[in-house]
Write a protein that binds this ligand. Structure first.
Ligand SMILES: N[C@@H](CCC(=O)N[C@@H](CS)C(=O)NCC(=O)O)C(=O)O
Length: 178
C-alpha cells in the first residue's frame, strides 16, 4: 500500500494516524506541494483534484482524507473504527463533521496563518478551533466519567490489546513539527 503524502500536511497526518492505529504496512511517497508536484499530469491521474493525500491500495486509488479514513476503517478495522449501526455511524460522522468545520476553519487555519504566514484572521481561527476542542473535551470528560453511550468506545479492544483503544503501531511516529 502506498500513501502519497507530505509530512506537514494535516490531511495526510490523520491518514498516517489511522494507518498506525490499524498497524497497516504502507510506504510513504513524497509529493512536494512546494515544488508543484501535485499539478503534474502523473499525479493528476491519481487525483484529478490535485490534492494530498492519495491512497493506492494494490491498485485501488482513494483520494480525500475522509474517504481514505472510511476506506481503511472498513477494510482493515472491522467495525471497531466505523461501526455499522445507525447511531454509531452517525456519531462517527458527527466527529468527521467537526473535522471539516472547526478543525479545518479553526485549528488548521490558525496553523496556516500563525505558522506558515498565510493571510487570514488568526484570532477568529483560534476561537473557532477552541470551540471545537471544547466540544471534544466535553465528550471525552463524559466518557472518562463512564457515561453510557454508543459508538466505537463501547466496542471491545482487539485481541492482544493491553490498553483499550491502543493497538500495535501506536503511537505513530512524530515525524514533523505540528
Ligand atoms: N478535503 C481534502 C483536502 C485536501 C487538501 O486540501 N490537501 C492539501 C494538502 S493538506 C493539498 O493537497 N493542497 C494542494 C492544493 O490544493 O493545491 C482532504 O481531506 O483530503
Amino acid at each position: 500500500m502506498k500513501l502519497y503524502n507530505l509530512d506537514i500536511s494535516g490531511n495526510c497526518y490523520r491518514v498516517r494516524l489511522l494507518l498506525a492505529l490499524l498497524a497497516v504496512k504502507h510506504e510513504l511517497v513524497l509529493v512536494d506541494l512546494m515544488k508543484g508536484e501535485h499539478r503534474k499530469p502523473s499525479f493528476l491521474k491519481l487525483n484529478p483534484r490535485g490534492q494530498l493525500p492519495v491512497l493506492d491500495d494494490d491498485g485501488t486509488i482513494v483520494w480525500d482524507s475522509m474517504a481514505i479514513l472510511v476506506y481503511l476503517a472498513r477494510k482493515y478495522g472491522n467495525e471497531r473504527w466505523l461501526p455499522l449501526d445507525a447511531e454509531s455511524m452517525a456519531e462517527v460522522m458527527q466527529w468527521l463533521g467537526v473535522m471539516e468545520n472547526e478543525t479545518l476553519y479553526g485549528l488548521s487555519k490558525a496553523r496556516l496563518v500563525g505558522k506558515f504566514k498565510f493571510p487570514g484572521n488568526l484570532e477568529e481561527a483560534q476561537a473557532l478551533g477552541r470551540k471545537g476542542l471544547e466540544v471534544l473535551e466535553q465528550r471525552l470528560a463524559a466518557r472518562r466519567a463512564g457515561a453510557s453511550g454508543r459508538g466505537v468506545r463501547s466496542l471491545p479492544a482487539p485481541a492482544g490489546d493491553r490498553r483499550a483503544g491502543v493497538q500495535a503501531g501506536w503511537p505513530p511516529p512524530r515525524d514533523h513539527d505540528a
